[in-house]
Design a protein around this ligand. Structure first.
Ligand SMILES: NC(=O)c1ccc[n+]([C@@H]2O[C@H](COP(=O)([O-])OP(=O)(O)OC[C@H]3O[C@@H](n4cnc5c(N)ncnc54)[C@H](O)[C@@H]3O)[C@@H](O)[C@H]2O)c1
Length: 430
């Protein structure tokens, strides 16, 4: 078995590119980009990278030789079976990493050490200590990290965040957040890496819920403490498929979370209650069709701090004036918030996108950040919070205690080792 793949059809470049091969016709260097892990979401990375005129898809990496050979020769790019050979070849300036979770830190850190900027699929890593190692390396070498939490760019989270940040709801005091989508056993049978601690780092929490947990930290700031229950209720595995958590945020907001892959996607809800008003989403679409999410905002007749001392009757309720954020209002706001995306669409850069959400925008912002020494829309620093929260939830549930933040990364490393060996188990684990 060879570790580097020769591809056919590009005689000049051999199995890696030399500097001259990435000069654009107009004389401007293109960013040499590699995609590591090409069969799942990596396919979309490849497509999006190829749409960006500032970027040259320079190399692909995958351990699946058959598909690597097929895609590399179809696209006429270098193919590597081992990411270390890609780095030794000095063939890329930036990569996206779309491999199973446990490889994020290993490959991410190796790329950073080789001077390569990284776009990492979510979760950032399985353990906080791994995240911190990557952040330190990136800071030391002045390299960019972008993490694939593209839900932040979806329409309804953008609208929610805008309303919260505008202060319209006042000081956020309570959050109720649920999320559910069914995953049958076949999901785990298809990809064995998803069903064990060592490779997946967790079930629902690390995989599906990491998106919403990222949104929660992005919207409500740093958690101060968490108490949680994590369970395996339905699936034949040792990993979590349901959890509930209570979080106190540093600024005093109290959140209750319920998430599960044991019921169908329907009627996930979000309530955000401040001291001036409340935001309600009664049926969150999440992954798809989120532009149709209904968002209602109710504003109280006055601040609760005032009404608290002013309302004469002991059971009187504050008056609320409700409004619904319409689809078009929603869309207008979103387009305004993501003006660059609108521009890119106009310029034909976001070609196949009917709506301006997600991965293409995030990937583009990563390229921008690399080229202009700016910040990607989801920086590594900002994505750290979701891993810290996930590790904190697991520590709380397995050790049966409230966990204070900052989470002790070494304490979680110890627990993770026990979960991997089976010395510790979550409730209901098979
Ligand atoms: N942002 C999102 O919404 C989103 C959506 C889907 C997946 N993801 C994330 O993307 C990552 C990949 O998920 P997926 O569903 O595409 O998984 P997958 O199993 O379908 O694909 C993983 C790919 O990585 C390759 N691979 C495995 N080990 C490798 C190695 N050592 N070197 C190079 N390649 C290797 C596999 O052969 C495969 O092609 C996960 O972290 C997942 O959480 C994110």
């Amino acid at each position: 078995m060879f570790s580097r793949l020769q591809y056919s059809g590009c005689a000049s470049a051999g199995y890696y590119f030399h500097s001259d091969s990435y000069k654009k016709v107009v004389g401007v260097s293109k960013l040499r980009f590699g995609v590591i892990g090409i069969n799942g979401i990596g396919k979309y990375h490849i497509r999006r990278v190829m749409e960006d005129e500032r970027v040259e898809l320079a190399a692909l990496v995958d351990v699946n030789e058959e598909s690597l050979r097929a895609v590399a020769s179809e696209l006429n790019v270098s193919g590597f079976l081992d990411y270390r050979d890609l780095l030794d070849a000095d063939a890329v300036d930036a990569v996206s990493i779309a491999t199973p979770h446990h490889l994020h830190a290993e490959i991410g850190l190796a790329c950073l050490k080789a001077g390569v900027h990284i776009y990492l699929e979510k979760p950032f890593a399985n353990r906080l200590s791994e995240v911190d190692a990557m952040l330190a390396e990136a800071a030391f070498r002045k390299l960019k990290i972008c993490v694939g939490h593209q839900y932040r760019l979806h329409q309804s989270p953008q609208t929610m965040k805008y309303i919260i940040d505008s202060g319209e709801l006042g000081r956020v005091m309570q959050v109720l957040w649920t999320w559910a989508e069914f995953r049958p056993e076949s999901y785990y049978e298809r990809d064995a890496w998803r069903r064990n601690w060592h490779t997946a780092g967790g079930g629902l929490l690390m995989n599906q819920a990491s998106h919403d947990l990222d949104l929660i930290c992005w919207m409500f700031g740093r958690p101060a403490a968490v108490s949680a229950e994590v369970m395996t209720q339905l699936h034949d595995m040792a990993l979590d498929d349901a959890f509930s958590a209570s979080i106190v945020f540093e600024d005093g907001a109290l959140a209750t979370l319920q998430m599960s892959i044991n019921r169908p996607r329907a009627f996930s809800i979000r309530h955000v209650a401040g001291d001036r008003g409340i935001l309600v989403m009664p049926d969150v679409r999440s992954l798809t069709g989120d532009e149709r999410d209904l968002i209602r905002v109710g504003l109280y007749e006055d601040r609760l701090t005032t009404l608290n001392v002013k309302l004469p009757g002991p059971h009187m309720q504050p008056g609320i004036e409700w409004r619904t954020i319409s689809d078009s209002g929603h869309r207008r706001l979103h387009e305004k918030l993501l003006r660059p995306a609108r521009l890119w669409r106009k310029l034909g850069v976001l070609k196949q996108q009917k709506k301006t959400t997600g991965l293409p925008i995030l990937l583009r912002s990563f390229v921008d950040a690399v080229l202009t020494d700016g910040e990607p829309l989801v920086s590594g620093t900002s994505a750290r919070a979701a891993v810290e929260l996930i590790n904190g939830i697991l520590l709380s549930a397995v050790r049966k205690k409230p966990v204070q933040f900052p989470v002790d990364a070494a304490e979680y490393d110890e627990l993770f080792e026990e979960l991997c060996t089976g010395a510790s188990r979550i409730r209901g684990a098979r």
